[in-house]
Design a protein around this ligand. Structure first.
Ligand code: ATP
Length: 600
């Protein structure tokens, strides 16, 4: 599976995090209130040393027991107030932040649904999964704790330093001394950590992709005895991730050592100098006690800066990864409505005019998959599309519901350019069934009715299951309410194909696109489906990719796709007579088609 790896640009963490504002805006009042409460709580903590100073220089020096009890009561009340305020902060942020996470996840999911198939071809699913889960969880944690505490601890440090300077300017300057090297080290740390954090988060995405592929492809892995090599691949990726995590830990240990050691040295120096000055009678014992208590109270706000910066960097990386997806252009919408429909009768039906298509991720210089495609399927006509494997049949069918955008040319439905229709309008007119039938984790009925407007009911379901010869659905344990898909009952390939076919016909679409929809059916079931389909296809304009003569016989005419172009159009009999390639394809000679492809 191709992996999208975006090269991270040099960026400012603050500017990146500011992009979260639209999501944070609705809860800004609560967040601000929580931060204010936390600042007050923290400052209440800083008042305690001042009470201690009063206690030491006053009641303790005067040997006044009543005063000591009163001081102890003040300290107790201040401690309780601090604890209660921190509790209120937590209560204030919990609910709004889970809303921010839920909103971001919903937006990401909605956007992923609107991104073109070309985007999904390019991106590994694990990368998208990790962005929608671990990255968003990281962001919620960042908003709940580090964001607030970067502010709270910053204010606490400033207030604490001002109080210390006011108590004694000389001791204050001794404490402030290591500030400059700490700031420089923090800047270096931030730059290095952001690179490693990005690498780690991308590696989590790669690991998720391998796990997801192993789970989805478990039958192939077991069938080919590949579990050891798969485990090796997983082990290698997880060792790489472990290495990156250890690098993160090393960087954290280094900054932590700097942040803890330098202030400790400064506190030690202040203690020695302060004691000498108290002994000399230049400083009161109470002031020294207050000074050291404040310095110790500031230890946690200072110590925490290292890991708060680390989480902020990870949050900035998660924000980058989130917006890398959100910044991708969604599918463009046509204006919609009936305007622009050409009344000319030669334009009715499904028409390809000068269509050219090249996959956006194809190597540069490679020829387009489809070129100069001109094809007209008349209203009510069924056209079979035949071609060697890899000739571009699936690609051609995917262009009609605009799963890919044309490189040039146009496709019209009854004269109306598909790019002029809204996606909803287009997809209500055109129904598709692909060779690989995907069923979702839902009941049989829900899977089939997915192809119909919301008003469709039991009767429509019954009719569609009848056409697709999917009567087996009624014998499932809970009938059409039986859960299928990844979380439900496993169905055979043919059963899944018939449900996918039922889904394509349930909405009675005017245009039907079937990509080899009967490939997994036995001859008898195929004949029964064809008989029923022929009735449905009577009023429907259809393009049916076919590999077998039996499927071709469903069609009024056949188009042969070869060398990226429509090489011939005619009835099955005509083409058998006049076109050697067609005759070979229909004769079941498996080598011929491949030879033709090689020759291109
Ligand atoms: N997402 C993609 N990006 C780049 N090239 C692609 C992509 N999907 C298909 N192709 C290429 O386009 C060509 C046509 O593929 P397509 O699946 O349309 O063939 P097909 O005729 O339907 O084959 P088959 O009969 O085997 O289903 C192939 O060469 C294939 O490698």
């Amino acid at each position: 599976m191709p992996t999208q790896r975006v090269t991270p640009k040099e960026r400012s963490a603050v500017r990146t995090l500011l992009r979260l504002w639209p999501y944070v805006r609705p809860v800004r009042t609560r967040l601000l209130a929580a931060a204010s409460v936390a600042i007050v709580a923290s400052c209440v903590g800083l008042v305690i040393p001042l009470v201690l100073k009063w206690l030491v220089d006053g009641p303790v020096a005067d040997r006044d027991p009543a005063g000591v009890w009163l001081g102890a009561l003040y300290v107790l009340l201040l401690g309780i107030a601090e604890a209660v305020l921190f509790g209120i902060r937590r209560w204030l942020v919990a609910r709004p932040l889970s809303r921010v996470e839920a909103d971001m996840r919903a937006d990401l999911y909605r956007h992923l649904q609107r991104l073109p198939v070309a985007f999904h071809d390019r991106w590994a699913s694990g990368q998208l999964l990790s962005r929608g889960t671990t990255d968003l969880m990281l962001l919620r944690q960042f908003l709940a704790f580090p964001l607030t505490f970067l502010l709270v601890n910053g204010v606490t440090i400033v207030v604490g330093v001002i109080i210390m300077l006011a108590q004694d300017a000389t001791l204050g300057l001794v404490i402030l001394g290591p500030g400059i090297p700490v700031v420089v080290m923090c800047a270096v740390f931030e730059r290095r950590y952001s690179q490693v954090a990005r690498r780690a988060q991308d590696q989590v995405g790669d690991l998720t992709t391998v796990v997801e592929e192993s789970v989805l492809g478990i039958r192939i892995i077991k069938g080919f005895g590949r579990h050891r090599s798969q485990a090796r691949a997983f082990g290698e990726l997880s060792r790489t991730l472990r290495g990156t995590e250890l690098e993160k830990a090393r960087l954290l240990a280094w900054i932590w050592a700097v942040i803890v050691t330098l202030p400790e040295v400064a506190i030690g120096a202040a203690l020695v100098l302060g004691t000498v000055r108290v002994a000399n009678g230049d400083l009161s014992a109470g002031t020294l006690v207050a000074f050291l208590s404040i310095a110790l109270a500031l230890r946690w706000p200072v110590d925490s800066i290292g890991f708060l910066l680390a989480i902020s960097q990870e949050a900035a990386t998660a924000t980058d990864r989130f917006f890398e997806v959100m910044d991708e252009e969604p599918e463009t919408e046509g204006p919609g409505g009936p305007g622009g429909r050409s009344p000319k009768s030669e334009d009715s039906g499904l028409r390809f005019q000068g269509v050219r298509f090249r996959y956006p991720d194809a190597p540069s210089g490679s020829p387009p998959v489809l070129d100069h495609i001109d094809l007209h399927i008349r209203p009510g006509e069924t056209m079979a599309l035949v071609g060697a494997t890899g000739s571009g049949k699936t690609t051609l069918t995917a262009l009609i519901p605009r799963l890919h955008e044309l490189s040039s040319g146009r496709i019209t439905l009854d004269g109306l350019d598909i790019t002029a229709m809204s996606r909803q309008e287009l997809r209500s007119e055109v129904a598709v069934a692909f060779e690989e039938p995907t069923l979702f984790s839902a009941s049989v009925g829900e899977n089939v009715l997915m192809g119909a407007p919301d008003t469709a009911g039991e009767q429509d379901l019954e009719r569609a299951l009848g056409i697709a010869q999917a009567g087996f659905a009624y014998s499932l344990p809970q009938g059409t309410r039986t859960q299928v898909g990844e979380q439900g009952l496993s169905l055979s390939g043919g059963q899944r194909q018939r449900l996918a076919l039922a889904r394509a016909v349930v909405g009675r679409p005017r245009f039907l696109v079937l990509d080899d929809p009967l490939s997994a059916l036995d001859v008898h079931t195929e004949a029964a489906v064809e008989a029923a389909l022929r009735r449905v296809l009577d009023g429907t304009t259809a393009l049916v990719v076919a590999h077998r003569p039996s499927t071709v016989l469903l069609a009024d005419r056949v188009a042969l796709l070869s060398g990226g172009r429509i090489a011939a159009v005619g009835t099955h009999q005509e083409l058998l007579r006049t076109n050697a390639e067609y005759a070979h394809l229909m004769s079941g000679d498996p080598g011929h088609g491949e030879d033709r492809e090689e020759a291109r």
